[in-house]
Write a protein that binds this ligand. Sequence first.
Ligand SMILES: *Cc1c(COP(=O)(O)O)cnc(C)c1O
Length: 228
Amino acid sequence: MSTIADNIALVSSRIQAATAAAGRAENSVQLLAVSKTKPAEALREAYTAGLRDFGENYLQEALGKQLELADLPLIWHFIGPIQSNKTRAIAEHFDWVHSVDRLKIAQRLSEQRPADLPPLNICIQVNVSGEASKSGCTPADLPALAAAISALPRLKLRGLMAIPEPTDDRAEQDAAFATVQKLQASLDLPLDTLSMGMSHDLESAIAQGATWVRIGTALFGARDYSQS
Ligand SMILES: *Cc1c(COP(=O)(O)O)cnc(C)c1O
């Protein structure tokens, strides 16, 4: 069985190869380890192998792991759907939020971000798969939402996040990620982040400009939801 360190080496070489193939600068793509459903020991192992950034989808689960790993200097990213009653804990306990898709949530995060912490890094999740996806703002709503969020004092709008409909067809992957990149470029804002690409499609995402790839399965193995 491969260890997490082996998997990190494999994923890192996939990222490097895709970055080089796209003619992009080395280290222009960062690896976000998606650790939902995985125990704190798995994150500790990934930390020992060099990873610092971890993405979590479920607030209570994430808070438990943060307590267990409080001795490590980890950077926490919230990447799951956000209900209003969860915004305070997210504003207090995370460094990044990738899954903001409506203004009300952004306003609450800004109001609730503690004064002694730096502004919360935000990506707007945009839906490029139409009715196939329930999460993400529509491309039509994006310009107004981005302008409003970039004016909120305790948030720092960094860019866009997307989860296109899964497909093994490389041309379809490329088309979806290219749409996200074009939407980003069409906004008249100083954005530096495109959070896109998962275990099965990171090569395509990097070819289309991803700066964070969010990788779970290829690092930690398949997820088992039967216990939860
Ligand atoms: C689970 C998840 C991932 C990781 O997906 P894998 O296919 O396991 O790499 C990435 N992004 C989000 C938002 C997720 O929920």
